[in-house]
Design a binder for this molecule. Structure first.
Ligand SMILES: O=P(O)(O)O[C@H]1O[C@H](CO)[C@@H](O)[C@H]1O
Ligand SMILES: O=c1cc[nH]c(=O)[nH]1
Length: 282
């Protein structure tokens, strides 16, 4: 994109609709897009597919597009946090993405969430500021039920340990998730956040799902997330990358399952997925 003059400040796109941050244009990405936070994880994910090509890499946004089990699929890293995730979702939607699955890591706050377990998010607590710049306070950051179902089916098919439930998306990794800051700096709110969310039954913390779910609901896109529990805030364990490859496999498999359901739904002229649609082969 170099130092070119863009069409307008309100809609910063380059030639052929090249998106300002992601540097992708129509034709570069598939309808189904996986969204890890870590750019390096896009390479791990792309290696699981039948074919993949690196499409773009600018700032924290690294994008591969390929095919998995015959289904066109893409992966774009979002970077850490909801602000950069919202930019990724906005720009991916503009170039034809329709379904998003976050492939993340998270910190569990329940005794039974050992490192390596996967969490499939059904909804997210909006503890970040980005979604508040899009929707009113009570608006639900809810995953799409068919994406959740496809992730559960994928986890069962792959025989991995998983739980389904609510994740809490924070703006800060330290204080926001009840960790002491530099020199042990703490606040009453930070001391209270883990007990409060444990009482509410949330499964743990990460930093992007609620922005992804809020924007997807607003824009009529579909979204889900599968996060590898790398830390347990009750036991104090932290196992770097525990379950990340499982999460990547489950998300890729879920796209193949969802694509199959989508084809069957379209064949029958149905707008909404229902379990029976996936069973009978009439
Ligand atoms: O591993 P990723 O996908 O980045 O997800 C988690 O890891 C980061 C914090 O370590 C945050 O982005 C959090 O959401
Ligand atoms: O504890 C954790 C681990 C990964 N990501 C988070 O946001 N928190």
């Amino acid at each position: 994109m170099g130092d070119e003059r863009l069409r307008s400040a309100a809609r910063p796109e380059g030639e052929e609709g090249l998106q300002y941050h992601l540097r992708v244009k129509r034709g570069d990405v598939a309808r189904y897009v996986l969204l890890p936070g870590d750019p390096e994880r896009t390479d791990l994910i792309a290696r699981l597919w039948d074919e993949a090509r690196l499409v773009a890499h600018h700032r924290e946004y690294r994008t591969w597009t390929g095919r998995y089990k015959g289904v066109p699929i893409s992966v774009t890293s979002t970077g850490i946090g909801s602000p950069s995730t919202a930019i990724a979702v906005e720009e991916l939607l503009r170039v034809g993405a329709e379904t998003f699955i976050r492939v993340g890591t998270m910190g569990g706050i329940r005794d039974d969430l050992r490192p390596g377990t996967l969490v499939i998010g059904s909804a997210a607590v909006r503890m970040e500021g980005t979604s508040g710049q899009y929707a009113p306070p009570g608006f639900p950051a809810a995953a799409s039920y068919d994406v959740v179902a496809a992730l559960v089916e994928a986890a069962e098919t792959l025989g991995v340990r998983y739980k389904v439930g609510i994740v809490a998306s924070t703006d800060s990794f330290y204080l926001g998730q009840g960790r002491p800051g530099f020199r042990g700096y703490m606040t009453p709110a930070a001391s209270d956040v883990i007990p409060q969310l444990r009482s509410a039954g949330a499964l743990g913390f990460e930093m992007e799902a609620s922005a992804l779910f809020t924007l997807s609901q607003l824009y009529g896109a579909r979204a889900g997330c599968v996060c590898a529990v790398v830390a347990n805030r009750v036991s104090g364990e932290f196992v770097v990358n525990a379950g990340v490859e499982d999460a990547a496999r489950v998300a890729s498999e879920a796209v193949a399952i969802l694509a199959r359901w989508d084809r069957e739904r379209e064949r029958r002229g149905k707008k909404w997925f229902y379990p029976g649609l996936a069973c009978r082969r009439t």
